[in-house]
Design a protein around this ligand. Sequence first.
Ligand code: G3D
Ligand code: MG
Length: 217
Amino acid sequence: MRNICAGFGFTVREELKRLVANSARGGENDERREVLTMGGVASRFRKKDVRLLIAGLDSAGKTTILYKLKKGQRQLEIPVNTVPTMNFNVENCRYKNVHFSVWDVGGQDSLRPLWRHYYTGTQGLIYVVDSNDRDRVRKAAEELHKMILDNEMRFASLLVLANKTDLPHSLSVEEVTREMRLGEIKDREWKIQPTCAISGDGLELGLKWLAANVKSI
Ligand code: G3D
Ligand code: MG
């Protein structure tokens, strides 16, 4: 218990107080509102600097997630760095101790050497999958497995977000787990979390897990 709470940056007593106060206020919804901000995310990661990479095929929901986390932080800009000749966009965002880089994977293999530049020091990989995109889930799996094979990514804990679960024909978490071949990943901690980036459902749970499971490099 102590370790878990230490991972989140608060004491057991503070956590109990928070849970009691939260349930008095009406439970889960308040909990979600509280944490869906960069401030909430940063506090989960204690005081240390943390580098997170959010990746996935285009349209998986990465930018929506970033803006969902940014909610309430009006002063925070998300700069987009572009390598014009290569059609490569990286969204960078820093809030307190947490640094996020976001980009689309898939497409041109010629861009791969560029990605590696951003891998260095990555402690957490948030890989976003569109659970409703049955045609491209295999492709999403291929890209993920290529990515985590890279030596620079060897310390990164892996959070897979099975996004767009609000859509009626989306794959179940079990189906995404199977299609993404997550069972083959033995060299690091990983977790799959269903999410709806638009409402924010599931984001908090995923980030809590990641905060407790990133390793310092
Ligand atoms: P990307 O940054 O990974 O490329 P975006 O993806 O965040 O730009 O999202 C692509 C589209 O998917 C957006 O719709 C966005 O609103 C939608 N989307 C993202 N997350 C969810 C989700 O959880 N559920 C649903 N139903 N849609 C989602 P548009 O229409 O703007 O292209
Ligand atoms: Mg985007």
